[in-house]
Design a protein around this ligand. Structure first.
Ligand code: NAD
Length: 325
């Protein structure tokens, strides 16, 4: 098996002072990448700042013989995003890899979320992807190579009580990454989303209120099982994250789950569905009600890469159903 190397590559990892980002930065550097270790150094709920977290990771990388520089700008502002990417350009003249990973939690029941809880979470998880992603993309485009990895969450793809603000921001990574993958394909830029799962300090921000919901109580017991097996260590996510930002990886436009040592693609698909009879007469609400079982059935499905692909698969189904000649 060919060894995956990052020699000659420059990587920016945001939120690399703790948890998942720290393991990504350490392993990238161990495999030869020069790494910008970005971290604002605040708490798990996003308050305060300190250079300590980023500096310690840089120290660890250098002690192991690797190359890294610290950056303590916030990903949650246009100026911060520009400064993070500029650190890579000023230090090494290029950026090949962006792992957009920084974030924090401010959980609350949907009906009680405040503007502050909504805005701060969308800033750090969603707008940061533009603030850091755009200058990184421009520099990658100029050199004709780039790997972007955005951090989504199972909380968004599958849902998680008390995290409507977070799920909205994380869910948006899907659309953003899909578009970057399409636009970037002309310039050697690939983009994917990882849905990681790990014990980290963010667990301290998980209000126990969601345990009122029986499904959650059950799934939390399963998470305890994974934890007791040691499979929630952040390091279990690192191999997939690194593969996705490696030159060896040709996959783009994807979403990948990493959970307790199970690595799997997560798909967005459109089922075959029910087709309204041929002609220009729209169906009635009752027609929809009558066919709702078929509409909701996922049996056969396609996975469109674009809305245009979806038109193609719709046409295929229309032919199959005799609606289109
Ligand atoms: P963590 O708290 O250990 O690490 C996140 C880091 O981001 C922290 O070091 C923090 O200082 C930094 N950060 C926060 N706001 C920042 C800002 N404005 N600018 C720069 N840095 C900032 O948490 P983690 O569990 O390692 O989470 C990493 C990412 O993975 C987050 O985006 C999180 O939402 C996501 N995620 C985690 C899990 C999980 O199970 N741990 C699951 C799904 C998604």
């Amino acid at each position: 098996m060919t060894k995956i190397s990052f020699e000659g590559r420059v990587a920016v990892v945001t939120g690399a002072g703790n948890g998942l980002g720290r393991t990504y930065a350490l392993e990238l550097a161990r495999r030869g990448a020069r790494v910008v270790v970005n971290d604002l150094g605040g708490s798990a709920s996003g308050s305060g700042s300190s250079a300590t977290a980023a500096n310690l990771v840089v120290q660890d990388i250098r002690a192991a013989g690797g190359e890294a520089v610290a950056n303590t700008d916030s990903v949650a502002s246009r100026a911060g995003g520009a400064a993070i990417v500029q650190t890579a350009l000023d230090t090494w003249g290029q950026i090949d890899i962006l792992i957009s990973n920084a974030g924090f939690l401010r959980n609350n029941r949907f009906e009680d979320l405040t503007d502050e809880q909504i805005d701060s979470i969308l800033d750090v998880h969603l707008k940061s992807a533009f603030y850091v992603g755009q200058p990184a993309y421009r520099a990658m485009r100029a050199r004709g190579y780039g790997r972007m990895l955005f951090t989504g969450s199972a909380s968004a793809m599958f849902g998680h009580a008390w995290q409507a603000n977070y799920a909205a921001g994380k869910g948006a990574m899907l659309g953003l990454s899909n578009v970057i993958a399409l636009e970037g394909s002309a310039y050697g830029i690939q983009s994917n989303v990882i849905l990681p799962t790990a014990s980290s300090r963010l667990q301290g921000e998980m209000a126990p209120g969601f345990m009122e919901i029986p499904e959650f109580a059950r799934s939390v017991q399963s998470a305890d099982f994974s934890a007791s097996e040691g499979r929630l260590m952040p390091e279990f996510n690192t191999p997939l994250a690194l593969y996705l930002v490696s030159e060896a990886c040709t996959a783009t436009h994807g979403v990948y789950s990493s959970n307790s040592g199970r690595y799997a693609r997560v798909g967005i698909c459109a089922a075959e569905g029910w087709f309204a009879p041929a002609g220009i007469e729209p169906p009635s609400v009752e027609d929809i009600a009558d066919h709702f079982g078929q509409i909701g059935e996922l049996g056969a499905y396609s996975e469109p890469m674009t809305p245009y692909d979806e038109f193609t698969s719709v046409a295929d189904v229309a032919r199959k159903h005799g609606v289109l000649a």
